[in-house]
Design a protein around this ligand. Structure first.
Ligand code: NAP
Length: 351
């Protein structure tokens, strides 16, 4: 049981990111003081969205300079905090060097942030943003799980540096976090494992791969059809509530799968078509698996990914978060439409 004093500041890594934006909003709305270590606090194009939130909320935000790859750089921001949210980690699919671009910031970042936690006596709880990617590598993996459904007890055992490297980065980082947490007894670790996150961004230009994926539904990339890939999804606003509950629910413990429902990209296209009719080239059909397999290298995915993930269902048990963190989820249709609408307003789809 860990009780967090809301009068103390709360630290969050990666505040400029897509997922963290809504967590920062929730913390500010609840009147908390947010310590936000970011790579470049002077870069107003990254922090202006958070400043706007703070201007109309009872809480306040204080920036610090820190980098996941710089040991000790989170010390100053963490001072006096009882609660630390560690969200920062690159979520990008197209990388040149998976070790340098994904694994190093995920793993060394976790080591560095948690080393600062170990040396900051005020910290009582760390909430880590991991991913369903640390639970499921390829969709096919789920067939080998109990009842052919993923739960918090499952770990991704199939991703490597060359096969689904983002998922690998999340798996090694979360494992390391548990190892470090188990080496001490002053603070507890609560892990959030979100499925694919969708919904409007506080910073609509954040680097998250979520934007790239949803953009492809409307920019003509899926005009000929969508791959038969089913994946779990959750709204970024509901995910912020999950993080908040993980931070402030005294009895919260362990991992939590966070998702509203599972859908294919074709079904997302159909949801968008119900709202926007034929105004955008949403996918209308599923592409045959053999065709996607053939084209895979030209569109930046591997044939192994196609073989092991397309055409397999994504089944998870999300009940722990619903009961333990008291979560409710928006329908996926609301999330996808709200996100797409934000993209239209931003001029993402030039006519
Ligand atoms: P994002 O918008 O790209 O945010 C990533 C954040 O990490 C940014 O704030 C970025 O800072 C920061 N960061 C990256 N490298 C850094 C470094 N070397 N030093 C300090 N900060 C660094 O991505 P996101 O989707 O919000 O992802 C946030 C977290 O959610 C990640 O842990 C991701 O694995 C997890 N997650 C995301 C999804 C999803 O579908 N989006 C699903 C499951 C889990 P800059 O602004 O300076 O680049």
């Amino acid at each position: 049981m860990t009780t967090i004093d809301k009068n103390k500041p709360v630290m969050i890594t990666g505040a400029t990111g897509y997922v963290a934006g809504w967590i920062v909003k929730k913390l500010l709305d609840e009147g908390l003081t947010v310590h936000a270590p970011v790579r470049d606090p002077k870069n107003k194009s990254k922090t202006k969205y958070l400043d706007e939130l703070a201007a109309s909320a009872p809480g306040k935000i204080v920036y610090f300079a820190a980098d996941l790859l710089t040991p000790g750089s989170y010390d100053a921001a963490m001072e006096g905090c009882e609660l630390v949210f560690h969200t920062a980690s690159p979520f990008i699919n197209k990388v040149r060097d998976p070790q340098k671009d994904l694994v190093d910031p995920a793993l060394k970042g976790t080591q560095n942030v948690l080393a600062s936690v170990n040396s900051t006596q005020s910290v009582k709880r760390v909430v880590l943003t991991s991913s369903c990617a640390a639970i499921i590598g390829d969709n096919k993996d789920i067939l080998g799980y109990d009842n052919q459904k993923a739960t918090e007890k499952n770990w991704n055992e199939t991703s490597t540096l060359t096969h689904n490297p983002y998922s690998y980065s999340k798996t090694v980082a979360e494992k390391e976090a548990w190892k470090i947490a188990e080496g001490q007894s002053r603070w507890d670790l609560v892990v959030i494992n979100p499925a694919l996150v969708i919904g409007p961004g506080i910073n609509p230009n954040a680097t998250s791969e979520s934007f790239t994926i949803v953009k492809q539904l409307g920019d003509g990339s899926a005009r000929m059809g969508a791959p038969n890939l089913e994946i779990g999804m959750v709204d970024v606003r509901d995910l912020a509530e999950a993080h908040y509950a993980a931070g402030f629910t005294p009895e919260a413990q362990g991992r939590h799968i966070i998702q509203a429902g599972s859908h294919t990209f074709l079904s997302l296209g159909l949801m968008l078509r119900e709202k926007y009719a034929n105004a955008y080239p949403f996918p209308k059909r599923t592409l045959p698996k053999f065709l996607v397999w053939l084209m895979a290298p030209t569109v930046g995915i591997t044939r192994k990914f196609v073989s092991n993930s397309l055409g397999y269902q994504w089944k998870v048990d999300n009940s722990k978060g619903i009961h333990g963190l008291n979560l409710t989820y928006r329908p996926v249709k609301t999330s996808i439409v709200d996100m797409f609408e934000q993209m239209i307003q931003n001029g993402t789809f030039k006519k």
